[in-house]
Design a protein around this ligand. Structure first.
Ligand SMILES: [Zn+2]
Length: 169
C-alpha cells in the first residue's frame, strides 16, 4: 500500500527518510542508520450524548471549520483512553459526564496524513453548563432528520447506527 511519508528526516540521526516496501507496505526508512519509522494510527475518542432522542454535535472552528462532529479528540501519551474521552468531551461542551459504554469502534482514513482508530462512547450527563469551547464554536442537539453537514464519514456511520438502534430519532 502506498502511503505518503509524513516526515522527511530520521528522528534518531537526522538522515533522509525514503519509502521502503516492507510486507507490502511503504515504510519510511532512514538512508543513514536504517531505522524504520513505522507509521501507525493514533487513537481518537468521541462522545455520544443523547437527550430526548437527539444527539449533541459541535460545529468545528479549526480543522474542518464550519462542519459538525461528535465531540472528539486524541488520547494523550500516558493518558487512559476513558479519561481522554471524558476530558475532551468536557473541554469542548462545558458539561460534566460519565462514560456509559463503548458504542462503536472504526478506522478513520479521512486524513491521509494521520490515520486514526476512533472509539465512540455513550455518555451520561452529570452537570455543568452547555457551552462550546476549545475546538468547537457552537454546540447543539439534532434529530436524525435534521443533521447538519458532518466533518467525518465515520461519525455518519455511528449516527446511522444510533438511528437503526432506535436511540436517535
Ligand atoms: Zn537515521
Amino acid at each position: 500500500m502506498k502511503i505518503p511519508l509524513r516526515y522527511d528526516f530520521c528522528p534518531k540521526c537526522g538522515g533522509k527518510l525514503y519509502a521502503e516496501t516492507i510486507e507490502q507496505q511503504d515504510q519510511p526508512r532512514c538512508s543513514q542508520c536504517q531505522f524504520i519509522f513505522y507509521q501507525n494510527p493514533v487513537v481518537g475518542v468521541a462522545g455520544i450524548l443523547l437527550k430526548d432522542g437527539k444527539v449533541l454535535l459541535g460545529k468545528r472552528n479549526n480543522s474542518y471549520q464550519g462542519l459538525w462532529c461528535l465531540p472528539c479528540g486524541y488520547v494523550e501519551w500516558k493518558e487512559d483512553v476513558e479519561e481522554a474521552c471524558k476530558r475532551e468531551f468536557e473541554e469542548e461542551t462545558g458539561l460534566r459526564v460519565e462514560l456509559e459504554r463503548v458504542y462503536a469502534v472504526h478506522s478513520n482514513f479521512h486524513n491521509p496524513q494521520q490515520h486514526t482508530v476512533g472509539i465512540w462512547y455513550l455518555m451520561k450527563e452529570m452537570g455543568g453548563q452547555l457551552a462550546a469551547d476549545d475546538d468547537l464554536e457552537q454546540v447543539d442537539f439534532f434529530s436524525y432528520q435534521q443533521l447538519p453537514e458532518l466533518a467525518f464519514p465515520t461519525d455518519r456511520k455511528v449516527l446511522d447506527q444510533l438511528a437503526a438502534d432506535g436511540l436517535l430519532k
